[in-house]
Design a protein around this ligand. Structure first.
Ligand code: KIV
Ligand code: ZN
Length: 386
């Protein structure tokens, strides 16, 4: 049977935490509705204790968006957990996601707590959250810079206190695929958790390894992956949802797993997020960038016109992009030039094409991209000279 990977989207929490990505409550609700259409399994709607606005946004999403589990983030203390509960309790499937840092550097300098105090805080937080009713996820913040046996201890305590999802964040984007694979395997083998407890991963992109680390963790046995649309998030961002989902799909032969994502909604979701945040993705962004399905060089365009599979490993329609684009520029060849003219309704003889193509190359040397408007002007000039 194919293993099912759950997609935990944290665009509205970790993504929104990044400078310049703040969203109004209405914008968060609009994105939440789209995330539900996209088919995420869990959406982390916000951090209710962070501000009254975030509390309201999470409450509204919990009460009105159906389909996914709705999670809220809470530090491992009573006030945060009760606040989070009030925000998520209206959801059909609510989740409290509580966390505490476990690395020596965080425990000593940030929390000023001993490891024993941290374990106690985790136990109390999970037990309280569970007693309120929702499903509970526990995260060991900065797990990848923590002692592995301490992680085994704290995850075992959290699972026994009622957490059914154990999340292993690479909070500062420090780990590497091989190391993360080994850590996830180690935890799966050593944490003494009841049957059915899920191991989750959450990667940041400080070294550009977030997606690679996530995929390594899936290979090691993780069944929930945490990610954001367009990879937005703290500092260099989080692992990108669209890249993980399409890698798992296109290279199904490698992982043999599936997600519940309706991939045809990916592009629409990406565009919506860009429009509500006002931050565009770079043109060469994998899957959703403007150039992800655009071809300019003559050799590539010629190949594409003969068979799309020559230069495309997935169909644009599969991610909701209407069609591939053959962009006419100085690297383009005669085949794409002729195809575009035919598309515009011009059937030219070989001699006419030769002459117009020469003119096109002159224009292309001056402009980054040659538009249909330019082509019409070229044809107009050619006809005037005949
Ligand atoms: O990066 C991180 O450690 C987090 C946790 C709160 C899960 O975002
Ligand atoms: Zn994070």
């Amino acid at each position: 049977m194919t293993r099912r990977i759950r997609i935990f989207d944290t665009t509205l929490r970790d993504g929104e935490q990044a400078p310049g990505f703040g969203m109004t409550a209405e914008a968060k609700l609009e994105v939440a509705r789209q995330l539900a259409r996209l088919g995420v399994d869990v959406m982390e709607a916000g951090f209710p204790a962070a501000s009254p606005g975030d509390f309201e946004a999470v409450r509204k999403i919990a009460e009105t968006v159906s389909g996914p589990t709705i999670a809220g983030l809470a530090r491992a203390n009573e006030a945060d957990i009760r606040r989070c509960y009030e925000a998520v309790k209206g959801a059909a499937k609510p989740r409290i996601h509580t966390f505490i840092a476990t690395s020596p550097i965080h425990m000593q300098y940030k929390l000023r707590k001993s490891p024993d105090e941290v374990v106690k805080a985790a136990r109390d937080a999970v037990a309280l959250a569970r007693s309120l009713g929702p499903e509970v996820e526990f995260s060991a913040e900065d797990a990848t810079r923590s002692d592995w046996n301490f992680l085994v201890q704290i995850f075992t305590v959290a699972a026994r206190a009622g957490a059914t999802v154990l999340n292993v964040p690479d909070t500062v984007g420090y780990t590497t695929p091989k190391e993360y694979y080994d850590l996830i395997r180690y935890l799966i083998e050593h944490v003494d958790a009841p049957e059915g407890v899920q191991f989750s991963v959450h990667c940041h992109d400080d070294l550009g390894l977030a997606v690679a680390n996530t995929l390594a963790a899936v290979e090691a046995g993780a069944t929930q992956v945490e990610c954001t649309v367009n990879g937005i998030g703290e500092r260099a961002g989080n692992a990108s949802l669209e890249e993980i989902v399409m890698a798992l799909r296109v290279r199904h032969d490698q992982w043999g797993v599936e997600t519940g994502i309706n991939t045809r909604e990916i592009y629409r979701t990406s565009r919506l997020l860009q429009s509500v945040t006002g931050v565009a993705v770079q043109p060469n962004k994998a899957i959703v960038g403007a150039n992800a399905f655009a071809h300019e060089s003559g050799i590539h365009q010629d190949g594409m016109l003969k068979h799309r599979d020559t230069y495309e490993i997935m169909k644009p329609e599969d991610v909701g992009v209407p069609e591939s684009a053959l962009v006419l520029g100085k690297h383009s060849g005669r085949a794409a030039f002729r195809a575009r003219l035919e598309h515009l309704g011009y059937q030219l003889t070989d001699a006419e094409i030769d002459s117009a193509f020469q003119r096109f190359k002159e224009v292309a040397d001056r402009k980054k991209a040659v538009t249909d408007h330019d082509l019409l002007a070229i044809i107009g000039e050619e006809q005037a000279h005949r």
